[in-house]
Every structure is written in C-alpha cells, then in structure tokens.
Write a protein that binds this ligand. Structure first.
Ligand code: ADP
Ligand code: ZN
Length: 206
C-alpha cells in the first residue's frame, strides 16, 4: 500500500508515521528527516539547503523530487511506502503521480491556531527522532523512549514557524482538494491523543 500523510507542520505526521510504519511494515520516508540528515553530515545537498530549511521555506522541487524518486526505487519500497512531508505542493504531487501514485492520502486535520504552540514547545530526540511537547515532559533533557539527548529543531523558532505555516497554507493545503478530486483523501481528526489518532488511521488503511 502506498500512503501519504498530509498535514500542517505540527499536526503529528512524524509521530504517526513512526507508529503506522511499524504496524504495517512500510518504509517511513520523511523528506524533512532526509534533509536534516544531509545537513548533519555536511553533504553537498545539506550545505545547499540549510538556510532554506532554517528559514522555514521549501527546498527546490527538482532536488526534492529526485531524492524521493531514488528513495522509492530501493528494495524496501517494493510493497509500498509511507510518505511524510512529501508532496508539499502541486508540482511535487504531479511528479509523484507520474511514477508512484499513492493509494490513500491521510489528512491530519487540526485547527491552525494550535500549531504554533505545538511547534514552539516541541523537543526532539537526537537519537530515535521521537518528538515530545514540553506540556507533557516539562524541561527534562533525556528522551523518555530511549534516553537520548533532547534538542530543539533549528526551524522550530517563532519566526520560522510562522513562515512554515504560511507556506503550508499557500502551497501545501491545495493538495487537499487535489487528492479529494481523485477520491483518495481521508481526513482524520488530529486534535486528539496520539493513540486515538493512530487508531483512526489504522481504520482507514485496513
Ligand atoms: P514539519 O512538517 O514539522 O515542517 P518536516 O520535517 O516535514 O517538518 O520538514 C522540515 C523542512 O524540510 C521544511 O520546512 C522544508 O524546508 C523541508 N522540506 C521537507 N519536505 C519537503 C518537501 N517535500 N519539499 C520541499 N521542502 C521540504
Ligand atoms: Zn529517543
């Protein structure tokens, strides 16, 4: 099965993707993670996109599409994929439709005014990549899952968050209609506890 998780930054795509990928045995492909990994390793791609990502804007389409196409050719994608953070605009969706069109698109629906709070209070594990919110973990510095070190994403500062939400509204939100027209869109209430959102997703994909 080919699944896309669609939703604004902070809607919980990453958190749900980890759970769903484990449950269904599909490779979790996060373009954000791929880019951050390139930045961390100081690759050519990483150097090229660091400023764009930190500012909350989108990386170039041609680069992003090529990365995803190559990733989808790998052996572990032969039974499908779980895409998180791609496509993020109509050009990317059109490109994906040409080679690896999705079966279902799950939209994580959440009131936009809640996202700023979710993002600016977010802490991420540098080791297992899980995200947590300071509302729940307070100011602890170690990951509740694996004990790894918690950090703040460079683009989770107030200014970049504003830009990311603006980019979502203008560029990514149009994908909702794009996939609805294809009959592939499944909206899910994401303003609920993690386990409940996960249960709704499983209902849709099973
Ligand atoms: P979030 O959903 O919380 O914004 P992601 O990890 O999905 O976080 O993405 C982080 C950043 O990586 C984005 O703000 C953007 O700069 C870049 N990025 C991720 N996916 C794409 C994409 N499909 N196209 C262009 N840029 C992307
Ligand atoms: Zn961890």
């Amino acid at each position: 099965m080919k699944i896309i998780l669609l939703g604004a930054p902070g809607s919980g795509k990453g958190t749900q993707a980890v759970l769903v990928s484990k449950e269904l045995g599909l490779p979790h492909i996060s373009t954000g993670e791929i880019f951050r990994d390139n930045i961390k390793r100081g690759t050519e791609i990483g150097l090229k996109i660091k400023a764009v990502i930190d500012g909350g804007d989108l990386c170039p389409d041609d680069l992003t599409i090529e990365i995803v196409r190559n990733r989808l050719k790998e052996e572990d994608c032969k039974n499908g994929y779980l895409l998180d953070g791609f496509p993020r605009n109509i050009a990317q969706a059109t490109a994906l439709d040409k080679t690896d069109a999705p079966d279902k698109v799950i939209e994580l629906v959440i009131p936009l005014e809640k996202l700023e709070h979710r993002l600016t209070g977010r802490r991420g594990c540098t080791k297992c990549k899980s995200s947590f919110h300071i509302d729940f973990i307070g100011n602890r510095k170690d990951c509740p899952h694996c004990g790894g070190e918690l950090g703040i994403r460079e683009d989770d500062n107030a200014e970049s968050v504003k830009e990311r939400l603006a980019v979502y509204k203008t560029q990514t939100a149009p994908l909702i209609e794009y996939y609805a027209k294809q009959g592939k869109l499944f909206p899910i209430d994401a303003d609920l506890p993690i386990e409940e959102v996960f249960a709704s997703i499983l209902k849709v994909v099973r």
